[in-house]
Write a protein that binds this ligand. Structure first.
Ligand code: ADP
Ligand code: MG
Length: 851
């Protein structure tokens, strides 16, 4: 076991020890995966006396799985029992003693420890492992640690390790810091691509992966295979597909992911006699070393959690991995000898890949983090010294949620007493809010159990088969009010039989998950007792529990669109569909503990899926959130009858709960709604005719030509007001259509103004022969008359209106009313145009009088 001293990381041991000796240093340590960072660096520092007596070296791991396995490995290397000199701490599991010197701890857990012990008195050296993965809690903990080192803990040594990192930004952030690098020993890896991209709908990724794996096993004589898949489900399907391939007979196939029980995880990384195929999620990308792997098959996919700040919805979608990530995965093949990596995508797709992954801080829900920062005294979370600042929109969402939950004071932005009490529970603030609300309803134990049931992997097997399903129903009884109640019954059943494997299996319950729920439940109950919450549940707790859920998930209330569908309107303008497996079928109103966007229909569609659903009563909304309830009249045009109707609508925020029909609409409001129909062009006023347009054109002309007369022009707004006026008293589109228009439009002006219009912008002009010519007005052209030549005899000079200021354009007509000339200058016409016109027309109409 002493060949560990041959690992590449020992090349920088002396420099590392020399720098760290001074204490209070900052170091960046970069070395490829497998060089010995995670297992050797802590031992080097401890053995060189860098970790001060009475203090420990804490290694921050992004994943629980890695923390546990690394601690076990290092304890084994040092030939000490796990949990003594070397231990680990993950949520609800502490395998350390007061004299433990090396502790592997998850980033989130250490961050919480910093809240109760801001000076981290027990830690002498803080090592951030896998920092390139850029998990949210890692980012935040690093920022807090740097601040600590600058203030009260100048002796704290901070080391940031990673396999890849474009470290320039990090170095600037850590300045002054020392950078140590080693190249490691990597054998060449031959990378192969697919010639053509398979259609994922015809050939799912597990089939493609199984083909590639079978081929590798056949063609390459040695080496274990590591297959990368996005999640537990795809791993399961891959293993099924592999079992059907004759080429891999004789191989041991093992899954590896975070949801497996520890025993199975251990088995996947342990040596075997037979050739091994490990099908893993990206836990095997960098955190874990699996000896003997020389062949890698990479599906190029990862399940990525994101939070959409625009809609306030979590997504957990399968995405294509980045180039950096693909590089790491390929590297796993070249640890012990030259290797092969088959990438299940084309070279062209490779060129289009993103260079690296988006750090978690730019994509996940920030509520829990924001609350922790507030508790640490960072009231202005945006001003926190972030390595990468979060999206302001996400931060805003998080802060709004914290306010809604009562964890943050709306006015000052500071954490409230309730918020501090919430932090005692290491869960998302929604669940801690729920557990504290349970105090009011006397159901703390039950709320704690529900919280425990939602923390890790699912308790119930998804498709247990008909036998188990029937058995489950018989044993657990009918449940219609909450998916969480069903989980609760299932867990109680498992616990009553002491998690008996056979019994659990017959009910489609994951026994291992159930046992884990039990531990989490105990932990929550302990915390609740420590918080002084009464632990005796009142009788009839059922409604109380549902109210608690509502308290934690007030912004995830949904209302079924109708009885026949599982589709719901959600508060804040969202829509979703209740998961088909949900037991809640009859209730109109529900609250969902999970609102998540997922692929459906074989990846073709996206659905916002509501799961862990609970039925609620409308009166509870009133009771819990009186401020969010609105009852108001809603007057609108009924799209069917085209009548204006008045309903009374009850809303919870923007979610309509109830519509009461049959009120009488107010006259003014009805008129406004009908006027909108007219203005939008959906309802024509029969009497808004040419005469009306002419009147308005005359008014506007006069206002333009003779402003001193004080006749106001009629603009679009005025027209809309007039339409409103016309609609007064009407209650339907039919009423409006026949309404008189001209009197209303005229009455816009008083009598004096109307008289001025009649006089100065006359409807007709008198001609010398006693006839009259009708003047046509337009908004953007001069007024015009059309007159036959004979009627113009005697009119020597040009015609005008508006006190002589506006010439009238004359359309000169032949005897047959055909226009022959347009002019506004009669003198010139008589002199120049007329003689020619006369010559032509006289021949055609010799009987007419020609002067
Ligand atoms: P790094 O953190 O740089 O990726 P590790 O410290 O995790 O490297 O591992 C260094 C080496 O130790 C690996 O290359 C492997 O040879 C060995 N090793 C680590 N963990 C195990 C394990 N569980 N079983 C067998 N060998 C292991
Ligand atoms: Mg490592």
């Amino acid at each position: 076991m002493n060949d560990r001293f041959q690992l590449p990381i020992y090349a920088i041991r002396d420099s590392l020890v020399r720098v760290a000796q001074a204490g209070g240093q900052r170091l960046v340590l970069r070395a490829p995966t497998g060089s010995g960072k995670s297992t050797q660096v802590p031992q080097m520092l401890l053995d060189a006396g860098i970790v001060p007596d009475g203090r420990r070296l804490a290694l921050l791991e992004p994943r629980r799985l890695a923390a546990r396995l690394l601690a076990a490995r290092v304890a084994q290397e040092r030939q000490t029992p796990l949990g003594e000199e070397v231990g680990y701490q993950i949520r609800f599991e502490d395998r350390t003693r007061p004299d433990t010197r090396i502790v592997y701890v998850t980033e989130g857990l250490l961050l919480r420890q910093m809240l109760s012990d801001p000076e981290l008195r027990r830690v002498g050296v803080l090592v951030f492992d896998e920092f390139h993965e850029r998990h949210l809690f890692g980012d935040v903990t690093l920022a807090m640690a740097l601040q600590l080192q600058r203030t009260t803990r100048p002796d704290l040594t901070i080391i940031v390790m990673s396999a890849t990192l474009d470290s320039q930004a990090l170095e600037t952030y850590l300045r002054p810091c020392t950078v140590l690098e080693t190249e490691g020993r990597l054998y060449p890896v031959r990378t192969e691509y697919l010639a053509r991209s398979p259609d994922p709908l015809r050939t799912p990724p597990w089939e493609t992966a199984a083909d590639a794996t079978a081929r590798l096993v056949r063609d390459e004589p040695d080496g274990d295979v590591l297959v990368f898949m996005p999640g537990a489900y795809e791993i399961h399907r891959t293993i099924q597909a592999l079992n059907a391939r004759p080429e891999i007979r004789g191989c041991t196939i093992l899954p590896l992911h975070g949801e497996l029980p520890p025993r199975d995880q251990d088995a996947a990384v342990a040596p075997t006699d037979r050739r091994k195929i490990i099908v893993a999620t990206n836990v095997a990308e960098t955190s874990l070393t699996i000896e003997g792997v020389r062949l890698v098959v990479d599906a190029g996919l990862a399940r990525v959690a994101r939070f959409d700040p625009y809609r306030g919805i979590d997504t957990l979608l399968i995405e294509r991995i980045s180039k950096a990530s693909a590089e790491q995965r390929a590297g796993r093949a070249g640890r012990t000898a030259p290797g092969v990596c088959v990438r299940l995508w084309t070279e062209r797709e490779q060129a289009e890949k993103a260079a690296r992954d988006v750090p978690e801080i730019r994509r996940v829900d920030l509520a829990e983090t924001a609350l922790m920062l507030k508790a640490a005294g960072h009231v202005d979370v945006a001003a926190f010294p972030w390595f990468d600042a979060p999206d302001p929109k996400s931060l805003h969402r998080a802060l709004t949620l914290l306010q809604d939950l009562g964890a943050v004071d709306e006015r000052t932005g500071a954490i409230t007493d309730l918020g501090r009490r919430m932090l005692a529970f290491p869960v998302h603030p929604r669940y801690s809010r729920m557990m504290l609300a349970a105090e009011t309803y006397g159901c703390v134990r039950t709320a704690a159990l529900i919280a425990a049931l939602t923390q890790d992997r699912s308790l119930l097997v998804r498709r247990p088969g008909t036998d188990a399903e029937e058995h489950r129903e018989r044993a657990l009884g009918e449940e219609r009010t909450s998916d969480l109640f069903l989980l609760m019954r299932a867990w109680l059943e498992a616990e009553a039989r002491d998690y008996d494997l056979d019994h659990c299996r017959s009910l489609g319950i994951h026994a291992v998950a159930a046992r884990q729920v039990g531990r989490t439940f105990d932990a929550f109950v302990r915390i609740a007792a420590g918080q002084g919450l009464a632990l005796e549940d009142a009788p009839r707790f059922d409604d109380g529990v549902r109210r608690c859920l509502l308290a934690g998930f007030a912004d995830q209330v949904g209302r079924r669109l109708d009885g026949g569908t599982l589709r719901c309107d959600l508060v804040h303008g969202r829509r979703g569909v209740i998961e088909r497996a949900s037991v809640v079928r009859a209730s109109q109103l529900v609250v969902a503990a999970d609102v998540r966007e997922v692929e459906s229909g074989g990846g073709r569609d996206l659905d916002v899926l509501l799961s862990n659903v609970t039925a609620i009563e409308p009166t509870w909304l009133e009771e819990l959130f009186p401020g969010a309830m609105v009852e108001e009249p809603r007057v609108r045009l009924d799209p069917d009858t085209k009548r204006v109707t008045a309903d009374t609508v009850r809303r919870y925020h923007d979610l309509v709960l109830e519509t009461k029909r049959g009120g009488t609409p107010g006259e003014a409001e009805a008129a406004r709604i009908l006027a909108d129909e007219v203005i939008a062009g959906r309802c024509a006023l029969k009497h808004w005719d040419h005469a009306v347009d002419q009147w308005i054109a005359r008014v506007n002309g006069l206002a333009r030509w003779c402003p001193e007369l004080g006749v106001p022009p009629i603009g679009d707004d005025d027209r809309h007001l007039m339409i409103g006026q016309i609609c007064v008293g009407a209650t339907s589109v039919k009423d409006v259509k026949d309404r008189p228009v001209l009197p209303v439009v005229k009455s816009w002006l008083d009598h004096r103004q109307q008289a001025l219009v009649a006089k100065h912008t006359p409807e007709r002009l008198d001609l010398p022969n006693g006839r009259q010519a009708k003047v046509v007005y337009a908004e953007s052209a001069p007024p015009t008359i059309a007159v036959r030549i004979q009627d113009l005899y005697g009119v020597e000079r040009s015609l005008s209106i508006a006190m002589g200021r506006q010439p009238v354009t004359i359309q000169v007509l032949a005897p047959n009313f055909r226009p022959v000339q347009v002019t506004s200058d009669l003198e010139t016409f008589w002199r120049e145009g007329y003689p020619r016109v006369k010559r032509e027309l006289q021949r055609k109409y010799p009987k007419h009088q020609w002067r």
